[in-house]
Ligand binder design. Structure first.
Ligand code: OGA
Ligand code: MN
Length: 219
Protein backbone atom coordinates (compact mmCIF):
# COMPACT_ATOMS: atom_id res chain seq x y z
CA UNK A 1 0.00 0.00 0.00
CA UNK A 2 1.44 3.32 -1.08
CA UNK A 3 1.51 5.55 2.00
CA UNK A 4 0.42 8.51 -0.10
CA UNK A 5 -2.58 6.71 -1.49
CA UNK A 6 -5.78 8.59 -0.88
CA UNK A 7 -9.01 6.86 -0.04
CA UNK A 8 -11.69 7.54 -2.59
CA UNK A 9 -14.54 8.78 -0.50
CA UNK A 10 -16.08 8.71 2.94
CA UNK A 11 -15.84 5.14 4.24
CA UNK A 12 -15.26 3.89 0.73
CA UNK A 13 -13.58 0.55 1.15
CA UNK A 14 -12.07 -0.11 4.56
CA UNK A 15 -9.87 2.77 5.72
CA UNK A 16 -8.73 0.71 8.73
CA UNK A 17 -7.39 -2.01 6.45
CA UNK A 18 -5.55 0.61 4.38
CA UNK A 19 -4.05 2.17 7.48
CA UNK A 20 -2.91 -1.14 8.93
CA UNK A 21 -1.35 -2.25 5.68
CA UNK A 22 0.50 1.08 5.20
CA UNK A 23 1.72 1.17 8.79
CA UNK A 24 3.02 -2.36 8.48
CA UNK A 25 4.90 -1.56 5.27
CA UNK A 26 5.93 2.08 5.68
CA UNK A 27 5.13 3.25 9.19
CA UNK A 28 2.91 6.09 7.98
CA UNK A 29 -0.04 6.94 5.74
CA UNK A 30 -1.78 9.98 4.27
CA UNK A 31 -5.53 9.76 3.92
CA UNK A 32 -8.30 11.86 2.55
CA UNK A 33 -12.05 11.77 2.92
CA UNK A 34 -12.16 9.48 5.92
CA UNK A 35 -14.83 11.70 7.45
CA UNK A 36 -17.84 13.25 5.77
CA UNK A 37 -18.08 16.96 5.09
CA UNK A 38 -20.82 17.18 7.71
CA UNK A 39 -18.61 15.57 10.35
CA UNK A 40 -15.69 17.83 9.52
CA UNK A 41 -17.96 20.85 9.76
CA UNK A 42 -19.01 19.83 13.27
CA UNK A 43 -15.40 19.94 14.40
CA UNK A 44 -14.71 23.16 12.57
CA UNK A 45 -17.80 24.79 14.09
CA UNK A 46 -16.53 23.96 17.57
CA UNK A 47 -13.23 25.67 16.78
CA UNK A 48 -14.94 28.71 15.34
CA UNK A 49 -17.31 29.02 18.30
CA UNK A 50 -14.75 28.46 21.02
CA UNK A 51 -13.06 31.56 22.30
CA UNK A 52 -9.35 32.19 22.72
CA UNK A 53 -9.84 31.15 26.36
CA UNK A 54 -10.29 27.49 25.37
CA UNK A 55 -6.83 27.42 23.81
CA UNK A 56 -3.49 27.91 25.58
CA UNK A 57 -0.04 28.24 24.09
CA UNK A 58 1.51 24.80 23.69
CA UNK A 59 4.73 24.00 25.48
CA UNK A 60 7.61 21.59 25.07
CA UNK A 61 9.09 19.16 27.58
CA UNK A 62 7.31 17.19 30.22
CA UNK A 63 6.16 17.58 33.81
CA UNK A 64 8.36 19.98 35.78
CA UNK A 65 10.42 21.08 32.78
CA UNK A 66 7.39 21.74 30.60
CA UNK A 67 7.68 25.28 29.24
CA UNK A 68 6.56 27.55 26.44
CA UNK A 69 9.34 28.01 23.89
CA UNK A 70 8.62 30.49 21.10
CA UNK A 71 11.59 29.31 19.07
CA UNK A 72 10.33 25.74 18.79
CA UNK A 73 6.55 26.05 18.48
CA UNK A 74 3.93 28.77 18.47
CA UNK A 75 0.66 26.93 18.24
CA UNK A 76 -2.21 27.13 20.73
CA UNK A 77 -3.96 23.97 21.84
CA UNK A 78 -7.21 22.80 23.43
CA UNK A 79 -7.30 19.27 24.91
CA UNK A 80 -10.41 17.15 24.37
CA UNK A 81 -10.66 16.17 28.00
CA UNK A 82 -13.96 17.71 28.99
CA UNK A 83 -17.31 17.57 27.26
CA UNK A 84 -16.71 17.50 23.53
CA UNK A 85 -19.93 16.12 22.04
CA UNK A 86 -18.97 17.54 18.66
CA UNK A 87 -16.11 15.03 18.49
CA UNK A 88 -18.01 11.89 19.61
CA UNK A 89 -17.92 10.34 16.14
CA UNK A 90 -14.20 11.12 15.87
CA UNK A 91 -13.30 9.49 19.19
CA UNK A 92 -15.43 6.45 18.30
CA UNK A 93 -13.61 6.15 14.99
CA UNK A 94 -10.27 6.32 16.82
CA UNK A 95 -11.38 3.72 19.35
CA UNK A 96 -12.24 1.34 16.52
CA UNK A 97 -8.84 2.03 14.96
CA UNK A 98 -7.14 1.34 18.31
CA UNK A 99 -8.85 -2.04 18.59
CA UNK A 100 -7.99 -2.97 15.00
CA UNK A 101 -4.34 -1.93 15.46
CA UNK A 102 -4.05 -3.99 18.61
CA UNK A 103 -5.70 -6.98 16.99
CA UNK A 104 -3.78 -6.91 13.74
CA UNK A 105 -0.46 -5.22 14.53
CA UNK A 106 -0.22 -6.13 18.24
CA UNK A 107 0.62 -2.56 19.16
CA UNK A 108 -0.82 -2.83 22.67
CA UNK A 109 -2.30 0.66 22.48
CA UNK A 110 -3.93 1.59 25.75
CA UNK A 111 -5.60 4.91 25.11
CA UNK A 112 -5.83 7.97 22.88
CA UNK A 113 -5.28 11.61 23.82
CA UNK A 114 -5.91 14.49 21.47
CA UNK A 115 -6.15 18.26 21.18
CA UNK A 116 -7.23 20.89 18.72
CA UNK A 117 -4.35 23.06 17.57
CA UNK A 118 -4.50 26.58 16.23
CA UNK A 119 -1.49 28.05 14.46
CA UNK A 120 -2.04 31.80 14.22
CA UNK A 121 -0.44 33.71 11.34
CA UNK A 122 3.35 33.44 11.65
CA UNK A 123 3.25 30.28 13.80
CA UNK A 124 5.34 27.18 13.06
CA UNK A 125 6.67 24.07 14.75
CA UNK A 126 10.34 23.24 14.23
CA UNK A 127 11.49 19.75 13.30
CA UNK A 128 10.89 17.32 16.16
CA UNK A 129 9.88 13.80 17.12
CA UNK A 130 6.66 13.27 19.07
CA UNK A 131 8.29 10.55 21.15
CA UNK A 132 11.79 9.42 21.91
CA UNK A 133 12.39 5.71 21.77
CA UNK A 134 11.84 4.14 25.16
CA UNK A 135 11.19 7.39 26.99
CA UNK A 136 7.60 8.09 26.04
CA UNK A 137 4.36 6.18 25.97
CA UNK A 138 3.29 7.73 22.65
CA UNK A 139 3.34 5.20 19.85
CA UNK A 140 1.22 6.56 16.99
CA UNK A 141 0.44 10.14 15.94
CA UNK A 142 -2.72 11.18 14.09
CA UNK A 143 -3.35 14.60 12.59
CA UNK A 144 -6.63 15.67 10.99
CA UNK A 145 -6.59 19.03 9.23
CA UNK A 146 -9.54 21.38 9.54
CA UNK A 147 -8.96 24.22 7.10
CA UNK A 148 -11.77 24.79 4.60
CA UNK A 149 -10.60 26.71 1.56
CA UNK A 150 -6.89 26.16 2.25
CA UNK A 151 -4.74 27.36 -0.65
CA UNK A 152 -1.17 26.94 -1.78
CA UNK A 153 0.60 30.00 -0.48
CA UNK A 154 -1.12 29.81 2.89
CA UNK A 155 2.01 28.00 4.16
CA UNK A 156 1.73 25.62 7.11
CA UNK A 157 2.77 22.50 5.20
CA UNK A 158 3.68 19.48 7.29
CA UNK A 159 7.06 18.09 6.23
CA UNK A 160 7.53 14.45 7.16
CA UNK A 161 11.09 13.08 7.20
CA UNK A 162 12.58 9.62 7.27
CA UNK A 163 14.26 8.36 10.43
CA UNK A 164 17.62 9.66 9.08
CA UNK A 165 16.26 13.15 9.88
CA UNK A 166 17.15 14.36 6.34
CA UNK A 167 15.19 12.54 3.65
CA UNK A 168 11.92 14.32 2.95
CA UNK A 169 9.14 11.75 2.61
CA UNK A 170 6.03 13.89 2.26
CA UNK A 171 4.88 17.48 2.01
CA UNK A 172 1.32 17.65 3.30
CA UNK A 173 -1.02 20.56 2.67
CA UNK A 174 -3.34 20.96 5.69
CA UNK A 175 -6.51 20.86 3.58
CA UNK A 176 -9.97 20.23 5.06
CA UNK A 177 -10.31 16.56 5.99
CA UNK A 178 -6.86 15.33 5.06
CA UNK A 179 -5.22 13.15 7.64
CA UNK A 180 -1.76 11.80 8.43
CA UNK A 181 -0.95 8.89 10.71
CA UNK A 182 2.62 7.90 11.61
CA UNK A 183 4.70 6.04 14.19
CA UNK A 184 5.57 8.69 16.78
CA UNK A 185 9.11 7.48 17.45
CA UNK A 186 10.25 7.15 13.85
CA UNK A 187 9.34 10.20 11.82
CA UNK A 188 10.81 13.65 12.48
CA UNK A 189 8.46 16.34 11.17
CA UNK A 190 7.94 20.09 11.14
CA UNK A 191 5.26 22.65 10.36
CA UNK A 192 6.33 25.50 8.08
CA UNK A 193 5.27 29.03 9.06
CA UNK A 194 1.64 29.79 8.29
CA UNK A 195 0.39 32.91 6.54
CA UNK A 196 -3.14 32.57 7.90
CA UNK A 197 -4.82 30.71 10.78
CA UNK A 198 -4.35 26.95 10.54
CA UNK A 199 -6.40 24.38 12.47
CA UNK A 200 -6.01 20.69 13.20
CA UNK A 201 -7.00 17.92 15.57
CA UNK A 202 -3.87 16.09 16.69
CA UNK A 203 -3.73 12.96 18.81
CA UNK A 204 -1.58 10.14 20.10
CA UNK A 205 -2.27 6.51 20.82
CA UNK A 206 -0.36 5.55 23.92
CA UNK A 207 0.80 2.43 25.65
CA UNK A 208 0.26 2.16 29.37
CA UNK A 209 3.55 3.11 31.03
CA UNK A 210 2.99 6.25 33.03
CA UNK A 211 0.51 8.61 34.59
CA UNK A 212 -2.49 9.99 32.76
CA UNK A 213 -1.04 13.50 32.71
CA UNK A 214 -1.20 15.14 29.27
CA UNK A 215 2.21 15.80 27.80
CA UNK A 216 2.90 18.18 24.99
CA UNK A 217 5.53 16.57 22.78
CA UNK A 218 8.88 16.26 24.57
CA UNK A 219 11.63 18.67 23.49
C1 OGA B 1 2.45 18.24 16.78
C2 OGA B 1 2.71 18.39 15.33
C3 OGA B 1 1.95 18.81 13.09
C4 OGA B 1 0.85 19.45 12.29
O1 OGA B 1 1.46 18.80 17.28
O2 OGA B 1 3.24 17.56 17.45
O3 OGA B 1 3.79 18.05 14.93
O4 OGA B 1 0.88 19.32 11.07
N1 OGA B 1 1.76 18.85 14.49
O5 OGA B 1 0.00 20.11 12.88
MN1 MN C 1 4.67 16.61 16.24
Amino acid sequence: MNPSLLTRGPYDGDPYAQIISALREHGYIRLNNVFTLEQLQRLFLFIKQSGQADFHQAGVGRDQIHQVNNFIRRDHICWLDEQHDEADFYLEWMEELRLRLNRELFLGLFDYECHYAHYPKGAFYKKHLDAFQGSSNRRLTTILYLNPGWQTGDGGELLLYAADNQTLLETVQPTFGSMVIFLSEEFPHEVLPVNTSRYSLTGWFRINTSTGIHLDPPA
